[in-house]
Ligand binder design. Structure first.
Ligand code: SF4
Length: 406
């Protein structure tokens, strides 16, 4: 069978939603149109709205990845096989579900991908797989594909490989030498919750252990044999709302992954039930919850917040109606606003509306002279809409200054 037909079947089987993957937007859309469910690294959409019906490229699994700096890159997002011997409850590829399964051999995948590269349809590859004959055998197929691309075709672009549950450490090292990014999808925040989603996956042995190995290899070994002289980044994904887990459970695991295992990014994918799966009658998760989780994970990764500082309720969930950074500022800065001309970088990052870039601009401007008010901030390109209640300029609140000079 023609490989392009197989790729189309693979994309159609899960209605693969080709969500940004490289280094996605800081604030994912709140729109409820993101109908996503995780499968071994494959984010999927069902019943796409009319305005986003697949183009021929999308039908093959081509998506736009958002890279650091916001540039987009067309990439093929596909799978070695849509067959799987496991039975994860949320997944369209689970064993026993009826639809046309497809398998693509590594050389076939690599050759077809290179045809797309030469036709300027894609620049990168995101490759996952269902599991057949165990994680070790399946991982070999992903590695073989990357080997062919790097060594036979000399491909120097972006390759994101999925890490299969149960792989060996040497395989992981080889995958790291060949790829730009690796992902291990935890799906749930702990073993108890994982058992409710994917009873055949072992949380620590199969999922956490490879993430620990990645960090260990990055820390202890020189990247001499990698394709570009650097170790790849690592990411993970959670299904949000499929196992009754709280935000506190998701975020305490996220914090450890980001701070201790140095993951580049944690993805959150709102649960959406899929027909003919054990969870088909479970209600879909509110996409706004996914949005709050992303905001919180950025607070850990880029803003220096700790888990205890987030505004969890008694059940361990975040308020849906308020940005977690704003909630922290309301509780902590209204009575004790920060002096903008003396605040440290860490303190500046606590002010609503000021991000890492804004903090740098303020520090730079302060080296030239005093910042006297909102006007000065505007002139250096800092967002000022939300900060008024939380800062002082030489002892005065901005509103008072405006009144005096207004
Ligand atoms: S291992 Fe689970 S999530 Fe991955 S493809 Fe198989 S059933 Fe889906």
């Amino acid at each position: 069978m023609d490989t392009f037909i197989k790729l189309r079947d693979i994309a159609v089987a899960g209605h693969m939603d080709l969500e940004p993957d490289g280094e996605p937007k800081q604030s994912p859309p709140i729109s409820p149109s993101t109908h996503k469910v995780a499968a071994c690294g494959t984010v999927i959409r069902h019943d796409p709205p009319a305005h986003s019906r697949p183009t021929p490229e999308k039908e093959l699994g081509i998506t736009q990845l958002v890279m650091p700096g916001g540039k987009t890159m067309p990439a093929l997002k596909s799978m070695i096989t849509t067959a799987c011997e496991r039975n994860c409850f949320y997944c369209p590829f689970r064993a026993g579900r009826t639809y046309r399964r497809q398998t693509v051999k590594p050389d076939e995948m690599a050759e077809t991908f290179m045809k797309m590269v030469r036709a300027r349809k894609v620049e990168g590859l995101f490759l996952s797989s269902g599991i057949i004959k165990g994680g070790v055998t399946t991982q070999d197929k992903l590695i073989d594909t990357a080997e062919i691309l790097r060594h036979k075709f000399g491909f120097r672009g972006y390759i994101h490989l999925k890490v299969m549950p149960g792989l060996e450490k040497d395989q992981l090292r080889r995958a790291m030498e060949l790829s730009s990014r690796l992902s291990v999808n935890l799906e749930a925040p702990n073993d108890h919750r994982l058992a409710l989603l994917a009873p055949k996956k072992q949380f620590v042995e199969e999922l956490i252990r490879p993430l620990q190995w990645i960090e260990e290899i990055r820390r202890e070994e020189a990247p001499n044999r990698t394709w570009n002289g650097r170790w790849p980044s690592s990411v993970t994904q959670f299904v949000v709302g499929g196992a009754g887990e709280s935000d506190l459970e998701l975020l305490s695991t996220s914090e450890r992954l980001l701070k201790q295992l140095k993951l580049q990014r944690v993805y959150y994918s709102s649960f959406k039930p899929i027909k003919d799966t054990p969870l088909e009658n479970v209600s879909p998760s509110n996409p706004l919850r996914e949005h709050r989780l992303y905001q919180s994970s950025f607070l850990f990764r880029d803003y220096g917040y700790d888990l205890e500082e987030l505004p969890f309720d008694k059940k361990g969930n975040l308020p849906l109606n308020e940005d977690p950074k704003l909630a922290w500022a309301r509780a902590n800065l209204i009575e004790r606003p920060l002096e903008l001309n003396r605040a440290s970088r860490e303190e500046l990052l606590r002010i609503p509306g000021i991000g890492p870039l804004g903090a740098e601009k303020i520090l730079k401007a302060r080296r030239q002279g005093k910042i006297r008010g909102v006007k000065d901030l505007k002139s250096i390109g800092v967002q000022t809409k939300r900060l008024a209640s939380y800062v002082l300029f030489d002892g005065r609140r901005p509103q008072q200054q405006l009144r005096l000079f207004g």
